[in-house]
Design a binder for this molecule. Sequence first.
Ligand SMILES: O=c1ccn([C@@H]2O[C@H](COP(=O)(O)O)[C@@H](O)[C@H]2O)c(=O)[nH]1
Length: 276
Amino acid sequence: MNRQQLIEQIKTKKSFLCVGLDTDLKKVPQHILNEEDPIFSFNKAIIDATAPYCVSYKPNLAFYEAFGVKGLMSFEKTVKYLKENYPHHFIIADAKRGDIGNTSAMYARTFFEEYDIDSLTVAPYMGEDSVTPFLGYEGHWVILLALTSNKGSLDFQMTTDEQGERLFEKVLKKSQQWGTKDNMIYVVGATQGRMFEDIRKLAPEHFLLVPGVGAQGGSLEEVCRYGMTSDCGLLVNSSRGIIYASTGSDFAEVAGQKAKELQEQMAVQLQSAGVI
Ligand SMILES: O=c1ccn([C@@H]2O[C@H](COP(=O)(O)O)[C@@H](O)[C@H]2O)c(=O)[nH]1
């Protein structure tokens, strides 16, 4: 999916919601565990219930790899289900990859050729040759970690050099020599609040993937106030806040309601920013 198509989807659906498929068998309703492929069954129900309200899905690979080959098969089935039934939803593989060049090239092959997923999260800290192998795929995106939602973002990302430049700022500047707003998105945690102002000084037009609304307590309103652009420029993720809103037999219905609530708040933000 290219940038223009993503923007069209956001405007049509009045939503920039990304539903996180962090499927944890310890948290899914009991009856799902009787299914042949419980992870896929859970995902399918969540996807069918939330698809009208979101533009994107983000399976986090950790939740699939934790179950070895079986987990990867559930991941593959989920991606295939999305592509066949909801081809206009932007798929993010949250795998936080990145290695020396030839190894990154194999990761790129996995996600962009084998699975043909729209985008992949990548860690920037091994530098240019670890990121550029992901950038040669038309219609596919690198989502580079810039300023993450966790407390540990203070440990490295917020540290400054002698000139007072913070490490996340260096990442934003340097990486724009490798990729463009048409193939690179940055991760900025919703918990970073007003820091979106600083991010926008360096990346005024890039899309931002924003995890941290919901379970981590980030504010959608604040993210929009400081981070929204005239094209929206945001994909806001919620995983646990949607998919585990109910652990009963009504889990999918309640997930749909939660996604709808977020979509309605997003429509208000898009309208007041003049995006729609
Ligand atoms: O800075 C980051 C980068 C990635 N994540 C991931 O996003 C989701 C958030 O899940 P919630 O349940 O909505 O908190 C999860 O997959 C994280 O690994 C992040 O939270 N922060």
